[in-house]
Design a protein around this ligand. Structure first.
Ligand code: UD1
Ligand code: MG
Length: 403
């Protein structure tokens, strides 16, 4: 049917449909904005002088247009088999349906979080449940739990290891991490949507290159999801960037994290996908003392806004050093040793320390700056990390694997 190694017709189809998704999302958001405020779905932008109501959970619109595009794409994708009376590739259909079910679940749970403000234990439980349809189809279709051991470790472990059940555990942890990592790397206009856009573009470039490699189907599958996801996210970003007229909410953060997880798992490139999450991994590791309540963690950790100068500074927490347990003291002493925290301690042991987020870390490094500049720096870091990820994935890969 096609001269190219991959099927170009479905790819052209999803490309054309994604352009429609972009314009549909772009026109739906302003229409529905006021309705969200009327339904009490709004937040206050904490980094602005005007404390006006900003509609929250708008990720439900971009997520909705994305899902509708995908549902319409299913008959497009399989039309060749239907019209020519050829056997359907059932495995691919199963994978697509399971992927959409997992994303849809995460969209629903994210919306629930925006409405009910769920507790942290729920934020860990919900991605686990949502990824089950995906893992069951993975088990039935491929059940590939073998990993190739990097060259330096082959004398100890051999060429490959079958991780068995632990591989499924890894995939569950991946779902919990990716959904929450986008959400906790947030709090400034445009960052949630912006980071997802950079990751999506990186994955699309990676899939595009790999279309000429060995695992064509897997990368083609990833593109079917990534292209409309990118289109809907760019439209959302247009309203979420500084000065934000909508907030994306946990709805967007969770569903975008799950979209990356499904393409990473079904496409068998979860390790490469994690390389594109470097800033989120740093933000998570840096946040660990607060996330595990070793030091106090306020409800919001976003940078502190100075109304007079319109500038953002690192936000801080104040606590008594005597209240810290041994583990907290040990971790914080490492952070202080590497000078990654702004730590001020008075003689009576009262400590003033920045909230442990990448946003605040960048502000310590660059000094107080305006919010849009901070978003630009954060997105530039995301781009630089993606370039670095490609260097690891391609030129450096031969150091660790037989390429
Ligand atoms: C996560 C972060 C929290 C951060 C919040 C902001 C952790 C553990 N939690 O909490 O520190 O403050 O995201 O997204 O790291 N907001 C703004 N400007 C923005 C985006 C959001 O002021 O550009 C505020 C608005 O008041 C909005 C609220 O943050 O209503 C949304 O917070 P929510 O998503 O409910 O917070 P969490 O995801 O629980
Ligand atoms: Mg959030």
């Amino acid at each position: 049917m096609d001269q190219l190694p991959f099927q170009s017709l479905p790819l052209c189809g999803i490309l054309a449909m994604s352009i429609c998704t972009y314009f549909a999302t772009l026109s739906l958001i302003p229409v529905l904005r006021e309705k969200f405020i009327k339904a009490n779905l709004f937040g206050i932008d904490m980094n602005k002088k005007t404390h006006k109501k900003i509609p929250e959970a708008m990720g439900i619109i971009s997520g909705g247009t994305f899902l509708i595009t995908m549902f319409l794409f299913i008959p497009v994708r399989f039309s060749y088999y239907i019209f020519n009376d050829v056997n359907l590739p059932r495995n691919e259909l199963d994978e697509l349906l399971a992927a959409l079910l997992s994303i849809c679940c995460m969209l629903l749970f994210g919306f629930l979080d925006d409405v009910l403000n769920l507790k942290w234990r729920h934020k860990l439980f919900l991605p686990t449940i949502s990824s089950l349809p995906l893992l069951i189809v993975y088990y039935i279709n491929s059940n590939s739990t073998l990993i190739i051991v990097p060259k330096p470790f082959r004398t100890f472990f051999g060429l490959s290891i079958d991780l068995g059940i632990f591989y499924y555990f890894y995939m569950l942890m991946l779902a919990v991490f990716c959904t929450n990592a986008i959400n906790i790397h947030a709090g400034i206009n445009g960052l949630e949507a912006g980071q997802s856009i950079v990751i999506a573009i990186s994955i699309i470039i990676f899939n595009g290159v790999e279309l000429f490699g060995k695992c064509i189907q897997a990368h083609q599958f990833s593109l079917y999801l990534m292209i409309p996801f990118l289109a809907s996210s760019v439209a959302l970003f247009k309203y979420n960037r500084y000065p934000a007229s909508v907030f994306v909410g946990d709805t967007f953060c969770y569903s975008s994290g799950m979209t990356f997880v499904v393409v990473g798992i079904i496409g068998h490139f979860s390790k490469t996908m994690l390389l594109f999450f470097m800033p989120q991994i740093f933000n998570f590791l840096y946040s660990v003392p607060q996330l595990f309540h070793l030091i106090p963690c306020p409800r919001h950790r976003l940078p502190k806004y100075d109304e007079k100068t319109d500038i953002s500074k690192p936000s801080v927490i104040v606590f008594d050093k005597k209240e810290l347990n041994r583990l907290a003291r040990f971790i914080m002493s490492i952070f202080r040793c590497f000078r990654v925290v702004d730590w001020k301690e008075s003689d009576d042991g009262i400590v003033v320390c920045n909230n442990l987020t990448l946003n605040n870390f960048v502000l310590i490094f660059f000094g107080p700056i305006r919010e849009p500049s901070l978003t630009n720096i954060m997105l530039l870091i995301q781009v630089i990390c993606s370039v670095f990820a490609f260097i690891i994935r391609y030129p450096l890969a031969s150091v660790f694997y037989d390429t």
